[in-house]
Write a protein that binds this ligand. Structure first.
Ligand code: NAD
Length: 311
């Protein structure tokens, strides 16, 4: 694989992470952005990040930071970025019109062996790949932020995506050390955001109904459910909490069902309806401290990722 090429379109937060992950196993990575200056800013940032990771003993892969950085090249044409690439990872902003435009361009520039893959968080691939000559090669691989430490990737095919594209994408994700989950078909929000939204809906309702403070809701997750979920999903957790899932359903099924019937409908999440929730969150972390808190979070996620690898 080492002489093979990966093209990355968009050098923002997610494009940089993918570049580092692919370079980690020695792929030749070409990085393109519509803003030329953005590519040089991205390369500088990637170099800084790789050296810091190496210093902290957190660098992934077997190559040194310097060797990994040498695998990444900035280019200033889309053509140069995707030509002869085995896989193109699109990382442009989450905007349907933009995805349609860029996938059309990619379609015209790529050969029949190139997988055209989007990082979109929520847009189903059929919405921006329908009219393309290479539509069987198009797919979504949705990473979870920060991808360097959170390895899950949602692999979501459009109705016309070939089986070969799905299996190539899965294999590539595994090769770079990510954990792919594969959808049999596309649906809005894929899986991760559907689950996340279900959690957010109930958390918001508990706060707006005045049952719990925002801080206490978050403690239920960070010191409660989240402790388990770092290691094991909710289904296996339930399976282990009784003598298997069937016995869990016998014991708790009717309780789950009757409690669930008391759930309020999901909030609208409009800014106007979210003022009270927002006020409590601003108190928890004032807006001028968000960046500090993000760094706090990422440092801990890095340690957790390391611990999970060691255990
Ligand atoms: P970002 O704004 O940080 O970066 C986007 C980059 O794309 C910018 O550098 C911009 O200059 C460039 N760009 C814009 N138009 C372009 C074009 N036509 N051609 C080439 N480059 C172009 O965005 P991001 O946070 O990296 O998100 C990128 C994608 O990844 C989105 O679809 C997003 O939904 C998805 N995603 C984001 C996260 C996250 O937490 N940020 C997580 C998972 C997936």
């Amino acid at each position: 694989s080492r002489d093979e090429k990966i093209g990355i379109i968009g050098s923002g937060l997610i494009g940089r992470s993918w570049a580092m992950l692919f370079a980690g196993v020695g792929y030749k990575v070409t990085l393109y952005d519509v803003l030329e200056t953005q590519v040089s800013v991205a390369l500088e940032d990637i170099k800084k990040q790789l050296l810091a990771l190496e210093k902290d003993g957190m660098l992934r892969g077997t190559l040194t930071a310097e060797q990994q950085f040498k695998c990444i090249k900035g280019v200033n044409s889309l053509k140069e970025c995707v030509q002869k690439a085995k896989h193109v990872q699109e990382c442009i902003p989450e905007n349907l019109e933009l995805k349609i435009k860029v996938f059309k361009e990619l379609d015209g520039l790529s050969g029949s062996n190139t997988v055209l893959c989007s990082s979109t968080s929520c847009i189903v691939p059929s919405k921006f790949t329908a009219d393309l000559a290479h539509k069987a090669n198009c797919i979504v691989a949705h990473p979870v932020n920060p991808p360097y430490y959170v390895s899950c990737v949602e692999v979501v095919p459009a109705p016309w995506t070939s089986k070969d594209t799905v299996s190539k994408t899965r294999a590539l994700m595994k090769e770079i050390g990510q954990a792919p989950v594969t959808f049999s078909r596309e649906l809005p929000g894929f899986g991760l955001n559907r689950i996340q939204y279900a959690i957010l809906n109930e958390c918001s309702n508990l706060v707006s109904d005045g049952v719990l403070s925002a801080e206490d809701v978050d403690t239920l997750m960070s010191e409660g459910l989240g402790m388990r979920y770092a290691w094991m999903g909710p289904l296996e957790t339930a399976h282990l909490n009784a003598e298997g899932m069937m016995s869990y359903c016998e014991r708790y099924g009717s309780t789950i069902s009757s409690v669930s019937s008391t759930f309020n409908p999901p909030p609208t999440w409009s800014p106007n309806d979210s003022k009270a929730l927002s006020k409590q969150c601003d108190k928890m972390v004032p807006l001028d401290q968000l960046q500090t808190r993000r760094q706090w979070r990422d440092a801990r996620l890095a340690k957790l990722a390391k611990l999970k690898k060691e255990m």
